[in-house]
Design a protein around this ligand. Structure first.
Ligand SMILES: Nc1ncnc2c1ncn2[C@@H]1O[C@H](COP(=O)(O)OP(=O)(O)OP(=O)(O)O)[C@@H](O)[C@H]1O
Length: 584
């Protein structure tokens, strides 16, 4: 599926199977799935059938997709969210949330078996021997999304490694995670429960909302992020109610930000730096509840009231957003022709009515893809709640969103590029030195073409790194040859000048103009490599990059130097920076 084909808003409905308790109590089904886009809900007739309100009825609602109680976690994830994950890496934002009454299956859909953070499964080593990340045995939209993010980043890194070598591309991926809950209209940091004074702040011009003092953790792989998720889930407020054994008493919001920085370093490419920022918000809402069904009192009742209040605010915002884009058909009394007009007074979404809606402001009205999964308990005892959820989800289909890519492209100045080259150069040298000590035998093996060693090295997970380093070494070697040639030329020139000076009459020197074609001894002196501070001159700093820069412009050596001036490769590297600017 291409990026354009991925819908901006997806509204899906999922019916859950009956729990054992419901089966024992003899509940029967009030909802059924027809095809893969329709749900029919049936209201049973009441005792006094002659009253209109007590008569049975059936209603049919359509959605983008519908999942029956037989649908697996994998199926739900693959059809609703999987396609969106690559767009986050490209710099788009997306919000995925589960909605529904208490006990309808939201946490099951979003968290899977990670729901209470006490999963006994060992999180295994994140990598195979070849360095690619393992597919983690996880279920639920949140863990599956997190696992997929790192799998995709790894795939892109493999492609970028090739570009690094051929195009001089330098790239970097950073994944940052925050996890909070809105409990009783208070924001709590699930990764740092001691944190106080978490406040919502809105950017005055951009309108973006963020939470002050919230902990953001940089994560390196899927295992790290799943461990954080478990840690956060252990800190989350859950209690037992009559409607659900483990009922979430808060709205949980996990945000994953993926930042990708790419810069082209080669002179032939325009020296641009491109930063893409994609954000995925994964939300497990608390369920709406009726005090009579849950039989709550005291603290549970207060929680329930707060949950309902924020969900009502969310419903109002969705209402306002869905009607804002709708046209009304006006028909003049004397005409059969209807005229499409925008609604005269579209309701304004009041995001500030609750912490939840304020937090979701940019997700709902902004430039971000939206996936809503409405969860339904099909029991006849939950008819009212299920019917409300179906109506509400049906309205959400009218929300119009235009996702936007978040990319900043900055033209790099020569000095910035030089700085980046220096950093790249340093990293490469460090890696080279490390590899040299670890894989000395492997590098030697490759240069000797020893088949046995090559076989060994190909089996190793560092094989691709060694390959890149080997190419780097080859480039360094050829640059070294060029420089040695230059040094020899200069030495020859210097000794010729010394001879000339010795032959000159030993009279007091009179100031003479140097001939235009030949440098004066004083000028020659100044061409000697002086111990200067290379970092002061950007051109010199550029030249110190051993990999990407000079191979295209450096003339090939005409002869191989017989005398090796430097025995070790390490001592050569700093000298490479001296002569280079003259080659360009
Ligand atoms: N698709 C499903 N398949 C099997 N069991 C499910 C499914 N959906 C939900 N359940 C089970 O139903 C019960 C209630 O689900 P869950 O806790 O996810 O509801 P919830 O909507 O998150 O409730 P609350 O809002 O109170 O937290 C749990 O025992 C859960 O394991």
């Amino acid at each position: 599926m291409t990026e354009e084909e991925i819908p901006n808003v997806v509204v899906a409905v999922r019916l859950r199977p009956f729990t054992t308790q419901e089966v024992v109590e003899g509940h029967h089904c009030c909802c059924r799935v027809v095809g893969d886009q329709t749900v029919v809900i049936h209201k049973e007739p009441g005792a006094s059938r002659h009253l209109k309100t007590q008569q049975g009825s059936s209603n049919e609602y359509g959605y983008d997709m519908v999942f029956s109680d037989k649908a697996t976690q994998d199926e739900v994830y693959s059809r609703t969210v999987k396609n969106i994950i690559p767009t986050i890496l490209d710099g788009y934002n997306a919000t995925i949330f589960a909605y529904g009454a208490t006990g309808a299956g939201k946490t099951h859909t979003m968290m899977g078996s990670e729901r209470d953070g006490s999963s006994m499964d060992e999180l295994i080593d994140p990598e195979y021997e070849d360095g690619s990340p393992r597919a983690l045995p996880v279920d639920g939209i949140i863990p599956q999304s997190l696992s997929d993010i790192f799998r995709l980043i790894h795939e892109r890194q493999v492609d970028e490694k090739v570009l690094q070598e051929t195009e001089g591309l330098a790239s970097n991926w950073t994944v940052t995670v925050s996890y909070l809950e809105v409990y009783n209209e208070t924001i709590r940091d699930l990764l740092n429960p001691q944190a106080k004074n978490l406040q919502l702040r809105e950017h005055s011009t951009k309108g973006a909302v963020h939470v002050s003092n919230l902990k953001h953790v940089v994560v390196k792989n899927a295992v790290e992020v799943l461990q954080l998720l478990r840690q956060g889930n252990r800190n989350r407020q859950t209690k037992s109610t009559a409607a659900n054994q483990v009922s979430s008493r808060s709205h949980a919001v996990l945000q994953v930000t993926i930042k990708h920085t790419a810069s082209s370093l080669l002179l032939k490419n325009s020296p641009n730096k491109e930063i893409t920022n994609g954000k995925l918000s994964l939300i497990d809402l608390a369920g709406s509840e009726r005090a009579s069904n849950t039989q709550n009192s005291g603290a549970r009742l207060t929680e329930g009231a707060n949950i309902n209040k924020s969900l009502l605010a969310l419903a109002n915002c969705i209402n306002a957003l869905s009607t804002a884009n709708q046209n009304v058909i006006r028909r003049r009394s004397d005409s059969m022709v209807g005229i499409k007009e925008p609604r005269p007074f579209p309701t304004r979404a009041k995001f500030r009515d609750s912490k939840l809606t304020h937090l979701l402001k940019s997700s709902l009205e902004g430039d971000c893809r939206l996936v809503m999964i409405a969860n339904i308990n099909p029991s006849h005892k939950s008819f009212e709640e299920s019917h409300n959820t179906l109506k509400y989800a049906n309205r959400a289909k009218n929300i119009k969103i235009r996702p936007k890519m978040h990319v900043v492209t900055a033209e790099m100045s020569t000095v910035q590029r030089a700085d980046q080259l220096e950093a790249e150069n340093l990293t490469l040298r460090r890696e080279l030195a490390k590899r040299k000590s670890v894989d000395q035998s492997m590098i030697t093996g490759l240069s000797l073409g020893d088949a046995k060693r090559a076989k060994l090295s190909s089996a190793s997970k560092t094989d691709s790194n060694v390959h890149v380093l080997h190419r780097t070494i080859e480039k360094l070697e050829s640059e070294k040859k060029v420089l040695l040639d230059k040094v020899r030329d200069m030495e020859r020139e210097l000794s010729r000048l010394r001879v000339l000076r010795n032959q000159a009459p030993r009279t007091a020197p009179t100031p003479t103009k140097p001939s235009p074609g030949r440098p004066s001894p004083a000028r020659e002196q100044s061409r000697e490599p002086a111990p200067t501070n290379n970092s002061a001159d950007p051109r010199r700093r550029l030249s110190s990059h051993p990999v990407v820069f000079r191979s295209a412009t450096t003339p090939q050596p005409t002869s191989t130097p017989k005398r090796r001036v430097h025995s070790g490769r390490e001592s050569l590297i700093p000298r490479l920076s001296v002569g280079a600017p003259r080659t360009s």
